[in-house]
Ligand binder design. Sequence first.
Ligand code: ARG
Length: 443
Amino acid sequence: MADLWGGRFQSETAELMKQFNESFSLDKRLWYEDITASIAHVTMLGDQEILTQAESQDLQRELTQLREEIQANPDLLQGDYEDIHSFVEAQMIKRLGDTGKKMHTARSRNDQVTVDMKLYVKRSLKELEAAIKTLIQAFIDKGQTLNCLSPAYTHLQRAQIVPFSYILEAYVAMFERDVQKVNDTIQLLDESPLGAGALAGTTFSINRQQTADLLGFARVQENTLDAVSNRDFILDSLQCFSSLMVHMSRFAEDFIIYSSQEFGFVESSDSYATGSSMMPQKKNPDALELIRGKSGKIIGLMNAMYTIMKGLPLSYNKDMQEDKAIYFEAYDTSLACIQILTGFIQELVVNEDRLNETVHEGYLNATELADYLVKKGLPFRQAHGIVGAAVVYGIDNHKQLHELTLEELQAFSTIIDEDVYQYLEPAEIMKQGIKTQMKPDKF
Ligand code: ARG
C-alpha cells in the first residue's frame, strides 16, 4: 500500500496498526462522493491556474472514467488501501503519473472526508425521507379502508373511544415530524467544508464558492477549524433516526399488544410474522419486536457518537473516523425498519367487528356522560362525581352505562333525559360529530 504520508517516517507501520487504522473497508462506500468532490476540486484548481488546464482536464476525465468503471463493477473497490481517498489518488497516479500526484494540491483528507460525508448524508437522508413518505402513505391508505372504533388508552387503561384510523393518524403525525427533522438536518448541513484544508485553509488562491456550487451546496462553510471538525450533521442525523425509531418502536409496542389474543384487535399477515420451533400454535409478531429492539441499538449509536465528540479538542481528530461505522449502521437499520413497517401495515388485518364490539365495554363513554351533564348546566367537577358513582353502580350490577335504564340514570341526576343515549352509544358519539376534533364523515 502506498501511504499518502510516508515521507516523515523512517520505519514501516506495524501490520497490526495498519489494520487498526484502515477505514477503506467502510469508507469505500463513499466512492461516488469522493470522486465527485475530487472532480469539483481539480476543476477549480484548473480555473484558478493552480493546475494547468491540460492537467485539470486529464484529471477530470480519468476521475469521471473511474466513477463509471466502479459504477459498472463495484468489485474494483479492493486492495490494501488506508481509505477511499488513498484508493482514488492511487488510481489517478497509476493512470496519469505526475499529474495524478498533483490532485491533492490545496486539499487535505480532513476537508475531503467531511465533504464526502456531507454529500453522502445529504443523498441518503433524501432517500430516507422518501421511504418515510411511503410509510406515511401506507398508514393513510390503511386508515381509509377502516370503518371501526377502538378504545384509546392512557396508562394502558381504557380511556375514551376513537376511530381506529385515528390511532394510525397519530403515528402519521409523528412520522410527518420526522420528515421535517430530516429536512432541517439537510438544511443545516448544506454548507461546503471543501477548501478548509487540514484545518487552516491554504496559501493557494482557491475558489471555495466554485467548488460549493459545483457540488450543489447552498453556501461555503466559513470557519475552517469548524469545517474540518464539524460532525453535527452526523449527530443530527442520528437524532432523526432515533426519533423515527422511537416512533416506530411505540407503534410496535401498541400493535404487539393489540395482536395478543387478550386484545385480538389486529392480526399480522403471515408474511410479517414467524412461528415457534416447539409450539405449533404460535404466530409471533417478530417484525414489530425487531423494530422495537433495533430502536435501542440506534439510540445507543447516537449516544456513542455524542460521547466520541464531547471531549474532542479543535480541530480534526482521528476519533471522528468512527462516524462511518456508526452512521452506516444506524442508517441501514432505520431504512430497513421503515421498509418492514410499510409492508407490515399494508398487510395488517384489523378485526373491525371485534373492535366495534369491544368499545361497548370498559366505561369508555364516561367522560361523554359527564360532558352531557355539564351541557345541561352542572359544573364539571360535580358531573365527574355523579358519573363516577354511576360507574360504580354499573360495575356492581354488571351493566355498562348505556345499559342502564333512564330510571337508573336519573337516580344519579334528575337532569338526565332520554337524549342521553346519543352520548352513550359509541357510534353515535362519532356520527354526530359530538367529538368535534375527529372527522365524523368516517361514520
Ligand atoms: N479516514 C479518515 C476519517 O474518516 C479520513 C481523514 C484522515 N485524516 C487524517 N489526517 N488522518 O476521518
